[in-house]
Design a protein around this ligand. Structure first.
Ligand SMILES: C[S@@+](CC[C@H](N)C(=O)[O-])C[C@H]1O[C@@H](n2cnc3c(N)ncnc32)[C@H](O)[C@@H]1O
Length: 556
């Protein structure tokens, strides 16, 4: 019977434990019930909470769900105090439940159940518009399947829409899809389509990934001659598995992705995601490892031709998800007649105080740790942006030091210039960029899907101190790609830019101290790292010159 207490405690989360509902549940040590049982109860009861909140307080919400709706009733011995307490009210609760069903306009319990499972009770006209601003984006994982095969199986019975607008304006549960024109193997579906129980999702054949989040791997435009790839900030692994899928489609040399993740807990998620996507033969996980500590000249990275960097950011572009769990909380105002305020007639009538209808209070829980973004910044924004952009610039210039790298994408899910174009301009002005010949990948050279995307970068005066050539400014801003949230493009807020350079046969020695000091702001712990790397640069240069001398001797 601990089930209901434990579920209620997880929901209340009085210790304010961070992380998703699943991670809180599955990492909790002292549970008597299985995490699976608790999760099933919360997930199922949450669907009915919009109805049940009007009848009962929260613990009873869970109990009354099982009493009224679950096939096997309340999971407790007949004599248990909670079971007795709830069963005592069965007749009244059942009568109120029937009234609620009629008020919602459903003639039978079966129809009521179907409406709840389709999420129809939560949709008034405004909700439909709001929710559908952000479609459910589904990337077909081509390591395991093909788009054609998914259209014939998982999406059999779905109608092909002519435009994204059709998907955005459809009812949340309509069976339609739109095939994205910018990103291969990406589909947009109405926001409330529930695929989380589909075998394709459970088996990793389809992956939920926002369209914008697919831009970096796509912009990298990998070919079979690009060698190995680094994902410097990988967890939970959406972009890592996307890179792996792109490589798996290439014919030619075996190419690998090295996926760095410095956070231990997020590394666990990364491993799971890579395994589920069947990307483990392509991805080598550098878990619990700081990319900034990776040695550019180590033999392991000798064939790194491309680097994807999606570092921690302010997360200001994130949009609220529709796939979490939403619990409608019981209304606890003394004397409020909750039962009367439920249903579709939520509008308050002027002057009629008896029909008080406060907006439903809800508890929104993230279901997965697969959110690729950080916690949005709420206060001290300017300070936080300075710290973040220092870190972002540092990690980007570190990537520029890999001797055989010729492509880098840099992305954030931030809307702030400081973390986006600001970092790009400073990186281009850095000595490492100049010494290694890194340039922005101009729009005209971008892969078609990205070139055709019309939201480009922005410029904000007085935000960075680097002197910028006016002509270069325009070109760089146009090379930067942005996505805005809340538009009819259905994306979250996002930013990506790519850097390229011509092939270099021999690594060029980095001037002593130059790159390290100008980008380093506040990252003292990396001095050691930089010094070691400089030593490696020297060694590599001298090894190469010895090799050259030897070649000359042989030739001579
Ligand atoms: C924005 S998230 C990456 C999301 C991921 N690219 C995806 O699409 O699923 C940033 C991740 O980088 C990790 N990270 C930040 N700095 C890092 C570093 N120096 N080395 C390795 N990982 C880092 C963070 O722990 C976080 O998991």
């Amino acid at each position: 019977m601990s089930l209901y207490y434990e579920a209620a405690a997880i929901l209340a989360n009085t210790e304010n434990t961070g992380g998703s509902l699943k991670s809180r549940l599955f990492t909790k040590k002292d549970l008597k019930s299985t995490p699976g049982q608790i999760f099933a109860l919360i997930a199922e009861a949450s669907k009915w909470s919009i109805v049940l909140k009007d009848l009962t307080p929260i613990l009873a919400l869970l109990l009354s769900h099982d009493l009224l709706i679950a096939k096997s009733g309340v999971a407790a011995p007949a004599t248990h105090v909670l079971k007795l307490a709830i069963t005592r009210h069965k007749a009244r609760l059942s009568a109120e439940f029937t009234k609620a069903r009629i008020r919602y306009g459903h003639a039978t319990l079966a129809a009521f159940k179907e409406a709840v499972s389709n999420g129809e009770l939560e949709e008034d006209e405004n909700d439909v518009k709001k929710a559908n601003r952000h479609p459910r984006w589904v990337r077909v994982n081509t390591i395991k399947t093909t788009l054609d095969s998914q259209l014939k199986t998982t999406f059999a019975g779905f109608e092909k829409a002519d435009s994204l607008a059709d998907v955005l304006s459809a009812r949340g549960t309509s069976k339609i899809y739109f095939q994205d024109p910018n990103i291969p193997n990406l589909l947009a579906l109405p926001s409330r389509i529930n695929l989380s129980r589909s075998s394709a999702y459970i088996d990793g054949q389809i992956i939920f990934q926002d369209k914008a989040s697919c831009f970096p791997a796509c912009l990298l435009d990998l070919s079979s001659t690009d060698g190995n790839v680094i994902d410097g900030c990988a967890a939970p692994g959406n972009k890592t598995t996307h890179l792996a899928a792109i490589l798996s489609d290439q014919v030619g040399e075996d190419q690998k992705v090295f996926a760095f993740e410095r956070d231990k807990v997020r590394t666990v998620t990364l491993r799971k995601m890579v395994k589920l996507a069947a990307a483990d033969s392509i991805v080598s996980i550098k878990g619990d490892s700081d990319f900034l500590a990776a040695k550019p000249y180590s033999d392991e990275f000798a064939k790194i031709g491309a680097i994807l960097l999606d570092p921690s950011c302010s997360g200001s572009g994130i949009v609220g998800r529709d796939d979490g769990i939403r619990i409608y909380l019981p209304i606890s105002k003394p004397g409020a007649s909750n039962v009367q305020s439920s249903g579709k007639n939520k509008k308050r009538k002027r002057g009629d105080e008896t029909v008080k209808a406060p907006e439903p209070e809800t508890l929104d829980l993230d279901l997965h740790d697969s959110t690729p973004e950080e916690t949005p910044v709420v206060d001290k924004l300017a300070e936080r942006l300075t710290t973040l952009s220092n870190f972002q610039l540092h990690i980007l210039t570190h990537a520029m030091r890999f001797p055989s790298a010729q492509k880098i994408t840099y992305s954030t899910c931030s809307i702030h210039f400081e973390e986006n174009e600001g970092v790009v301009f400073q990186a281009l002005a850095s000595s490492i960029a100049k010494q290694r010949g890194w340039k922005i990948l101009t729009r005209q050279h971008q892969v078609e899907g990205m070139r055709l995307w019309n939201r480009r970068g922005v410029w904000e005066d007085d935000k960075i101190s680097t002197t910028i050539d006016e002509e270069q400014k325009e070109e760089v801003v146009d090379a930067c790609i942005r996505c805005h949230k809340g538009t009819d493009e259905g994306t979250m807020g996002f930013f990506v830019a790519a850097f390229v350079r011509e092939a270099v046969e021999e690594p060029v020695k980095v001037a002593e101290g130059a790159a390290d000091h100008e980008e380093g702001g506040g990252f003292g712990h990396d001095d050691e790292n930089n010094a070691a790397d400089k030593a490696q640069t020297k060694a590599a240069v001298s090894k190469n010159s010895k090799k050259k001398k030897k070649q000359k001797t042989v030739a001579g």
